[in-house]
Design a protein around this ligand. Structure first.
Ligand code: ADP
Ligand code: ZN
Length: 214
């Protein structure tokens, strides 16, 4: 049983660590960004509303995100824990999440804050490539695929996320600083937060997370 939030700026490696954490602790991975991208891909109304914000690097409006996240948390597989990745992203979202958990006799066990410096964030984001087919992520320098433009796992085409261009990435980082970073103080006051170095290798970062969680 582990109820946790992964906090950190865009490019900190939340997605990479999330995959490892959910496997080790056997909990569902709830990524609001993934939910929106899935909806965009399927051309849903929700996807259309979210895309306008995402393409600019802005946040999707709180009420929409809160509705999506809490609906997901009500599903059966979240009874024994969950990993929230990319939610909450504003103090208002965090307050609403607290209210939701309280109403369901639940609470967070730990908040994991991934720390990475700004220059490294830009390098990671703009070099990131994702498989169109299975969602696996690569990096043109740090973690290139065996064959350029092709996914090692499934052979799918590798593309750059619409919001991973330099201009949008810069805006996402500044939106993070304005609206999401205050959450660190929020969770420092209310509970259990650990700060983990996200600039080292993914393996070492994961080791630190496991140590903190256990
Ligand atoms: P990142 O790599 O920036 O952490 P995500 O995949 O988590 O990216 O999110 C991509 C985009 O989806 C964000 O820039 C934002 O527009 C939208 N989004 C995702 N989660 C939230 C949230 N909790 N609140 C508002 N917008 C969100
Ligand atoms: Zn693939």
């Amino acid at each position: 049983m582990l109820r946790t939030i992964l906090l950190g700026p865009p490019g900190a490696g939340k997605g990479t660590q999330a995959v490892r954490i959910v496997e080790k602790y056997n909990i569902p991975h709830i990524s609001t960004g993934d939910i929106f991208r899935e909806n965009i891909k399927n051309g849903t109304e929700l996807g259309k509303r979210a895309k306008a914000y995402m393409d600019k690097g802005e946040l999707v409006p709180d009420d929409l995100v809160i509705e999506i996240a809490t609906t997901r948390l009500l599903e059966d597989d979240c009874k024994d824990g969950f990993l929230l990745d990319g939610f909450p992203r504003t103090v208002y979202q965090a307050e609403k999440l607290d209210e939701f958990l309280k109403a369901h006799d639940s609470k967070l066990d730990i908040v994991i804050d991934l720390e990475v410096g700004e220059e490294e964030l830009m390098r990671r984001i703009t070099g990131r490539r994702v498989c169109k087919n299975c969602g696996a992520t690569y990096h043109v320098v740090n973690f290139p695929p065996a064959v350029e433009g092709k996914c090692d796992k499934c052979g799918g085409e590798l593309i750059q996320r619409d919001d991973d261009n330099e201009e949008t990435a810069k805006n996402r980082i500044s939106v993070y600083k304005d609206q999401t970073e205050p959450l660190i103080g929020y969770y420092e006051k209310s509970g259990n937060i650990v700060h983990v170095d996200g600039s080292i290798s993914p393996e070492n970062t994961f080791d630190q997370i496991v140590k903190a969680v256990d």
